[in-house]
Design a protein around this ligand. Sequence first.
Ligand SMILES: [Zn+2]
Length: 350
Amino acid sequence: MPSTAGQDYPRSYAQLRSWFNEDWKCLDYLDWLRWPNGFACPHCSCERGWRAPDLRWRCAGCDRRVSATAGTILHGTRTPLTVWFAAAWHLVNSKVGISATQLQREMELGSYQTAWAMLHRYRSVMVRPGRDRLRGDVEVDESYLGGPEPGIPGRGALGKVLFAATVELDEHSFGRVRLGIIPDASAESLTAFLDGAVEPGSRVITDGWSSYPPATRDHYEHHNTSIAASGLPAHVVLPATHRVFSLVKRWVMGTLQGSVSSAHLQGYFDEWVFRFNRRHSRSRGLQFHTLLSQAVGAGPITYREMRLAGRTRPAPSPPTRARSRPASLDLGDVGLPWRRLVLSSGRTTP
Ligand SMILES: [Zn+2]
């Protein structure tokens, strides 16, 4: 685990911009993240190679040329890495993330699709493979997203989606969260959700819904309170999950205006959970580092695959006009563009 802010990862946005002001520096950082112990060819596993001046490797075993982005979610990208890096920073560090429209505008990207695809590629790697399941005392409950809800605006494109949440209970507050779309509230669906999200042996706290006893079986200690019989409102019986439901619904239906297809919703959940579970982290740069490490550790994903995932509201069509290369943030010395007259010394004057 890297630990040093200001060395292993930038400690602030200012430092990010000064470290990664040129595209080749970004590529070198990805190289360092992907091959911390030196190059290893993804094709033939050979560990010897030479680095070309463009920073790609030439494998000594199979003679292929391999870039640090090859075979990752950044595979074959036309978007400059300086833009990818700035986008990653905004995605993990802004409280509500960044929308594709906002990203397109801020980075002067040629199309909305480019911004949309970049964000979805990042979302696809927000769950670390083999991450721990929640443990200890955990609340579990399910809720609808997109249905009518007091204080939360309309349904947008989403329709109505059932999802489950589980929240670890710390002594003083809430710990980590997992969110998952579930097809229905049957014992079978809840079993699958619990198996993926909660460590066996944990104490699972639920309401009185009849699917929970079979879903918790002998894998968990089960504590249930019938909301009807207790006379208590649900947010008192299950305060943690209800707090999470309200935050998630406000984000999806409010900030994102419900303009999310149900097929892409799990990606948005993963993004929300990524930020929520790191909300107490003091290091902003560490989250950036985590996201980029996972980006070079995962396989490629094509635009077509992402579009196929969209059923209720398809992803935007690929751009039809000639594709221009998006502007890099690697601009070199641009002088003082707001001054109009340039003196012969190269200095500018009003
Ligand atoms: Zn090779």
